[in-house]
Every structure is written in C-alpha cells, then in structure tokens.
Design a protein around this ligand. Structure first.
Ligand SMILES: *[C@@H]1O[C@H](CO)[C@@H](O)[C@H](O)[C@H]1NC(C)=O
Ligand SMILES: *[C@@H]1O[C@H](CO)[C@@H](O)[C@H](O)[C@H]1NC(C)=O
Length: 338
C-alpha cells in the first residue's frame, strides 16, 4: 500500500534531480512554440498570421498551432509564404493585402529560401507592420543582413539557440539606418523556459549591444504561460536614435534670426541662428552629419499642380544623387501657391 505513494514521492523528487531535468528538456520546436504563446500573451497580440514556406518544418507549425489554440487568447491563421507573395492579393498602390486579419505577422526562417520569400512579402507590405521572426541564433546576422529593414520597421527577431540544452530565446530588434548600411541589432528582451537559464552565456553578445547603444529603459519581466518573458519597456522604434554618422543633405533658406546663412566651401552654407543651433544639437543627439545648401530658387517650397515641388522641398526631393538624403527644412508650414 505504501509502494504507490513512495513511487509518486520519488517521481516528485526526481523532478528536481539533474538527470530527470536533462531528459525532460523540451525540443527546440516545442520551446519555440511555447515561447510564441508567451510572446503573444505578453504583448497582447490577438490576431496572428503565421506564414509558412513550401518546405516548412511541419512539426513546428503543428506544435505552434496546437499550443497557440490551447494556451493563448490569440486567433492564428496559417498562410503559405508564396501565397502571401501572390499577386492575387494585390490591393492597389503596389501594396498587398493578406487574406488574414492580423496584428502580428509571424514566420519561422529556417532556410535561405524562407528568408528570400520573407524579404519579398516584407517589401510588398507596409514597412511598419509588426512581425515576429524565429531565426536560429547563429544565422541571424547572415540571414537578415541582405534585406532592407528600414529604421521604422517593427520586426522582432526571436533568436533561439540550436544547442539542445539551452532553454532561452533572445528577442532582438534589427534595422538598417539606410539601405545598404550595416544591420543593427539591439537586445530587446528574452524568454526563459527555465529560470536558471537566465544567466546563460548564450545571450551575452546580444546583451552587450544594450550597453553599447546605451539602452537604459527599464526591463519588464513576467511569468507567462510556460516561462518568463523579459522585455525593455517602451516603443523600440523610438530607441533607434543613433543614426551612426549618416550624412544628410539639407536645404535651407535665410530667415534671420531663425536661420542665418554664411557661405562655406563648395557652395554649401554654415547655418547659425536659433534653428541652426537647434539643428546642430540634433546632429549631436542623433549622431548624424549634414551639409546644408541654400535653396536654389529662394523659395520655401510648395507643391505644383504637376506634383513636383519647389523651394527647399524640391531641392531635397530632386537631389537623389547624394549618398543619402534627408528632408531637413529649417522652416515648415509655409503655404505657397505656384
Ligand atoms: C514574389 O512576388 C514578386 C513580385 O510579384 C515576384 O517577382 C517573385 O517572383 C515572387 N516570388 C515567389 C517565390 O513567388
Ligand atoms: C556615431 O557614429 C559613428 C559612426 O558609426 C560611430 O563611430 C560613433 O561611435 C557614434 N557615436 C556614438 C556616440 O554612438
């Protein structure tokens, strides 16, 4: 009579033993599916569209669908990536419309062709749509570097370790300051199935980016359904304030005391005055440089009937030859009929 009770007790004890623990570590596929559920719950995503490739990790998709249905509040639609890319869903103005209502798009990038297809779907939709990408950690940089993820994108990368003993997933923000620029990665958070994994060295390279980028936002941490999710508080897009020395062209107009122009080298102007000073301050805060030119036609800038611009805006819009261009009018809001 004592025997069953003893068994239960021993089984209970062995839950804490190292051998039992090693044997019960869930597979990568189970872990990433559990992380997904916790991510959806943590960030309150309710309508999710999962894009799968032709050669999907079928097992993972099944895991994800079952767990999301069972343990989250989200409604999940599964759609083939090439279906998402198909012209059947064209929606005017070059933008496409997916046949699923969603507040989060989700893809598991396991192969080069997945990344390629994701790139096409990403480029044909609003660049600030929310995405969660699951990517094996060693492949993050290589896989995403050739895409263009603009500064205001809302792509979060869940980087999981292929090492079967790791039960954590790193959450990263990734973006390019301009097309062709280096891929920037920022630590955004992490998910831990097992709390003892929190100090796992696997996250160190990502965590370092937080120090380098001076991300001092508070970290929110909460136990969700399967594990603990921690994440920097606040909008990640607003933390991308280091433009890494990008050079912006600037067009300006003399308007003392706000902008006072002095001729400089090669036809450029040095700008002082109230707005000139403010602009200089912006360059320091956001780490960019700039060369200013006085507007060619001496006008502030207005929209012509034929859709072209005059004045400062026209100079910036038409001057596509520079390495990089930014619209930095020193005065905005002047209406002009022309
Ligand atoms: C995705 O769509 C683009 C644009 O229509 C097309 O060029 C490309 O071949 C498509 N890719 C696939 C794999 O269908
Ligand atoms: C500004 O950008 C340059 C070029 O990438 C970089 O070397 C420098 O460290 C950046 N400055 C700050 C304060 O981050």
């Amino acid at each position: 009579m004592l025997l069953p009770a003893l068994h239960t007790f021993l089984a209970f004890l062995s839950l804490f033993g190292p051998t039992m623990k090693a044997a019960s570590v869930p597979s990568n596929q189970e872990l990433t599916a559990m992380m997904l559920v916790d991510y959806l719950e943590f960030f309150h995503h309710l309508r999710v569209c999962l894009l799968v490739s032709e050669e999907p990790e079928q097992l993972w998709v099944r895991q994800a669908v079952v767990r999301v249905a069972r343990a989250s509040h989200a409604f999940l639609t599964v759609l083939r990536l090439n279906e998402a890319n198909s012209t059947r869903h064209h929606h005017g103005e070059g933008r496409r419309h997916l046949p699923c209502e969603r507040d989060l798009l989700l893809a598991h990038l396991t192969s080069r062709s997945d990344v390629h297809l994701f790139g096409q779907v990403f480029a044909s939709h609003a660049p600030d749509a929310s995405w969660l990408l699951l990517v094996p950690a060693p492949q993050v940089t290589r896989r995403l570097a050739n895409l263009y993820l603009p500064l205001h994108n809302r792509v979060t990368v869940a980087a999981y370790s292929p090492d079967v003993t790791s039960t954590s997933v790193s959450l990263l923000q990734c973006y390019h300051v301009s097309e062709g620029d280096t891929l920037r990665l920022q630590w955004f958070g992490a998910w831990h199935y097992d709390r003892t994994d929190i100090r796992n060295a696997f996250h160190d390279p990502w965590r370092k980016t937080r120090v380098e980028e001076n991300l001092d936002a508070p970290v929110l941490s909460r136990r969700v359904v399967y594990g603990v999710l921690e994440s920097l508080e606040g909008d990640p897009v607003l933390r991308r304030n280091n433009l890494h020395g990008i050079h912006l062209r600037c067009s300006t107009i003399s308007s003392p005391p706000r902008t006072i122009l002095k001729p400089a080298k090669d036809g450029a102007v040095d700008v002082t005055g109230i707005l000139g000073r403010a602009y200089e301050h912006m360059m320091q805060v956001a780490n960019f440089t700039s060369t200013c030119f006085a507007t060619k036609d001496g006008q502030w800038g207005g929209l012509r009937k034929d859709g072209t611009w005059t004045g400062m805006i026209g100079d910036i819009v038409s001057g596509r030859d520079g390495h990089c261009s930014g619209l930095v009018g020193h005065h905005a809001g002047t209406k002009q009929s022309s």
